[in-house]
Design a protein around this ligand. Sequence first.
Ligand code: HEC
Length: 126
Amino acid sequence: MRPTGRRHGAPLVALWTAVAALPLPAGCGDGPDSDCATVTTVWEGDAEAFFATYCATCHSQSLAGDDRQDAPVSVNFDSYSDIVGVGPAYVRAQIEGPMPPAGDPQPGDGERARIIDWLDCGAPER
Ligand code: HEC
């Protein structure tokens, strides 16, 4: 029987599910720190709030000049395609490192770890 209605994002979900289901080699140091099968974070209605709160206050296309607080004009976090464009691994390195800059509102350790896990595990959109 054919499902009716829009198959909203189904092929992508199937792909991520397949990737998440791949067994990780035990003891292999270059895989994600976490078990991606247990990571439920997605962009839509979830990780996007983190980026809006902690990143887009400087990194947003809607900001110009001094309002960007020196954030490079080419690095924005308004949308999922911005994450893909900058590159999840690069975004991860910045969140693990200097971003958000000291002195600006910081996410808690748990929230930071949750977003790093999401980036490590393919950063699914929905
Ligand atoms: C208070 C403003 C501000 C906030 C908030 C902020 N940034 Fe930045 N960001 C900057 C500035 C300034 C730079 C350029 C200087 C630098 O690289 O340290 C930058 C640079 C970057 C770069 C490019 C680094 C490079 O060297 O190419 C990335 C990626 C980045 N930020 C990601 C993030 C992420 C992800 C967040 C949220 C967790 C965030 N930033 C929050 C101001 C900010």
